[in-house]
Design a binder for this molecule. Sequence first.
Ligand code: ZN
Length: 340
Amino acid sequence: MLQTTIAGSLPKPSWLAEPEKLWAAWRPTGDALLEAKRDATILSIKEQEIAGIDIVGDGEQARQHFVHGFLERIAGVDFEKRVTMGIRNNRYEAMVPTVTAPLTRMGPVHSFEAGIARASTTKKLKFTLPGPMTIIDTIADGYYGDRVKMAMAFADLLNQEAKELEALGVDVIQFDEPAFNVYMDQVRDWGIEALERAAAGLKCTTAVHICYGYGIKANIDWKQSLGSEWRQYEDTFPVIAKSKIDQVSLECANSRVPIDLIALLDGKDVLVGAIDVASETVETPEQVAAVIRTAMQFVKPEKLYPCTNCGMAPLPRAVAQGKLVSLAKGAAIVRAELAR
Ligand code: ZN
């Protein structure tokens, strides 16, 4: 009950990549980079264990970015043809590669770090992949001429990858779909279909993560523009509730999401964000417990998983570690209350 977990990314050590940055450049090169990715993955698992997190992840230590880390091993994606593109409905600009040919996997994308993570822990292991809608919102199209068709092509590749990860012993596969909070009509029209296609045939637990983004300036400014109540989830949760996906990871701590919206996810596991990733202030365990108690008004504790709002990649390492400790302690407070 109240098993803790993380949304996905954790800060990388400064010997691996430039700290406190998204799309941070790698520091080692060649074989030394591979070795450093391996070491950082083990370290990341151990730090979660030390903090007391129940369902751990690889911390996304072996990929530069949660979307592009997957794209780097996809034939048909040309990283030489990088273009500046407005993403998430033009919320911010990113340098993105271009699809120039039919999409195929060059081979396993994340088996290396998934295998290392699996061998490093006896705890339940979660692994994240970008969702199809978020991928096509983070790449330019010079081939398909139809974004939905391209999303379905990516969904098939994600499905191949997810099945390999499952075979390696991953317990939870999560698809990250921050784009679901931007294109709500398209979620209904084809986004869920693409997501289910990515998760088709998986026997492990499946999850979707929908958030308001990393704590970067463009996202903080965007949140300011969303008014006093953020009701994006109101459109998407009923559609997700009808889907085959088992779990939904959502943003809650320090947000303007009306918490009663999580009742729309009836039947699903809810990974409630009890850690704010846009603030360097470490929550107290009591603050985490307060979020969990509020969420329990709408979700049974056995369906509730205290989590972070989003990935913590851009945060200082010590801050992220402190937040993990508070997450675990906050859940323990509420578990003790329930045991009484
Ligand atoms: Zn997120």
